[in-house]
Design a protein around this ligand. Structure first.
Ligand SMILES: Nc1nc2c(ncn2[C@@H]2O[C@H](COP(=O)(O)OP(=O)(O)OP(=O)(O)O)[C@@H](O)[C@H]2O)c(=O)[nH]1
Ligand SMILES: [Mg+2]
Length: 394
């Protein structure tokens, strides 16, 4: 039992100061995984270990020491992913939001990942990367086309979809979306571990810590929005979905009934067309008050750690690793030359694409509407009054 409790989650370092955590970064090739790891390295104290099939970067975030395995996304690389599943406490899945032609492949790869028993119940951070690109899918469209609600809820996964642009966020020194996703993952792993340990303790001591440990799970996927300047808006999360106590499933899409209907019926629209339909954000904002807040995760699903398979690098047996130690801090960040000129700078400003994400704009619109409505009402009542006086006189 002791082994179970200590091996299933983040470990406290021998010096007792930091907890160790392992995460893997996966996704199709060219999604931007390595750029993300590069970003983490630049924003956090880090060290690199070179392994046989992957690159291991260890970063320090808050009280955690996180081992990040950057795995290749080509077909050959994908065959190696499962070797890391058991060891990982959480998963970062990066997707290229602008590569519409490969969304189906993303969907298949994701489903395959979630169906693996070694991944069961582990928190997943979905990074919808390359939001700076003109044709990038909006988060709600990604949810829709990947059937995220269904695949996450069916498989009882806790998931956060974070729209971001690894390059643009770094370039503009807007690091929040990059680090917040990672923070969420770390917290989710930690919460899960605490709940699991509490559950294990209750089993050994015979004292129940949950009201109902069977089927007591809360999962949610939330979407955050990125403004045209890459900054986080205060609208988060416009879409929340989570399960509570298995049944009934409570779904919320920021009050967008139409969208909910579309999602549950799972009618697939051709990619690329949806973003043209401008769905006003106003209804979402107006119904923000109805939004349900995600509850603390108390999932009891877990997977035991297993040793990694042959030839794979692990922190424990990393004897053949070459280690470079270097610490980077935000202040000395400089963008790598290779990323400065190409796609990012040539892309048109995303401002044109997502103007409706601004709260101020919405409030302004509402104000004009209100004034107009008041004027019309005053005019109508005045006319009625005049007609009544007229009728009374004659
Ligand atoms: N426009 C744009 N390009 C990006 C962004 N992130 C990464 N890229 C570009 O996408 C390409 C692939 O990035 P990588 O990080 O090497 O992709 P990867 O997922 O590690 O690919 P594999 O290692 O082959 O699996 C590079 O040319 C990056 O410059 C982004 O946010 N916006
Ligand atoms: Mg890579």
């Amino acid at each position: 039992m002791f082994k179970l409790m200590t091996s299933c989650g983040p470990q406290v370092n021998t010096n007792g100061t930091r907890r160790n955590m392992t995460i893997i970064i996966i996704g199709l090739e060219n999604a931007g995984k390595t750029v993300f790891v590069e970003a983490f390295r630049r924003l956090l104290p880090s060290k690199i270990d070179r392994c046989m099939n992957s690159k291991l970067t260890t970063v320090l975030l808050d009280e955690y020491e996180i081992s990040v395995y950057d795995l290749n996304g080509d077909m050959k690389g994908r065959k190696i992913w499962p070797n890391y599943y058991a060891q990982a406490h959480g998963i970062v899945f990066v997707l290229d939001s602008s590569d519409l032609g490969r969304m189906q492949e993303v969907k298949t790869t994701l489903s395959h990942l979630l169906s693996d028993a070694r991944v069961a119940g582990k928190p997943i951070l979905l990074l919808a990367n390359k939001q700076d690109k003109k044709n990038a899918l909006l988060p709600r469209d990604i949810i829709k086309y990947l059937f995220l609600e269904r695949i996450m809820n069916d498989n009882k996964f806790m998931c956060l979809l974070e729209p971001c642009s690894a390059i643009q966020n770094l370039q503009r020194s807007n690091h929040e979306p990059l680090l917040e996703g990672l923070r969420w993952l770390v917290t989710a792993i930690q919460n899960k571990q605490e709940n699991l340990c509490a559950h294990e303790q209750s089993l050994t001591s015979g004292i129940p810590t949950y009201k109902d440990t069977t089927g007591f799970k809360v999962e949610y996927a939330s979407i955050r929005s990125v403004g045209s300047n890459g900054a986080r808006n205060v609208l988060e999360p416009p879409h929340i979905l989570y399960l509570q106590f298995s049944d009934p499933i409570i779904r919320k899409y920021g009050g967008e009934e139409e969208y909910e209907k579309g999602m549950t019926e799972e009618k697939e629209e051709p990619l690329g067309q949806h973003s043209m339909e401008t769905r006003p954000l106003k209804p979402i904002l107006k119904k923000e008050g109805l939004r349900l807040k995600p509850k603390k995760n108390v999932s009891v699903t877990f997977a035991l750690d297993e040793p990694m398979e042959e030839g794979e690098c692990s922190k424990v047996n990393g004897a053949q690793n070459t280690t470079e130690l270097h610490y980077n801090y935000r202040a000395d960040f400089q963008f790598p030359e290779t990323y400065t000129n190409d796609e990012v700078t040539s892309e048109p400003s995303p401002k044109k694409r997502m103007p409706t994400w601004y709260v101020e704009e919405m409030m302004l619109e509402d104000a004009y509407e209100d004034i107009f409505e008041t004027c019309v009402n005053a005019l109508i009542s005045r006319t009625i009054r005049t007609i009544s006086v007229f009728l009374f006189l004659f």
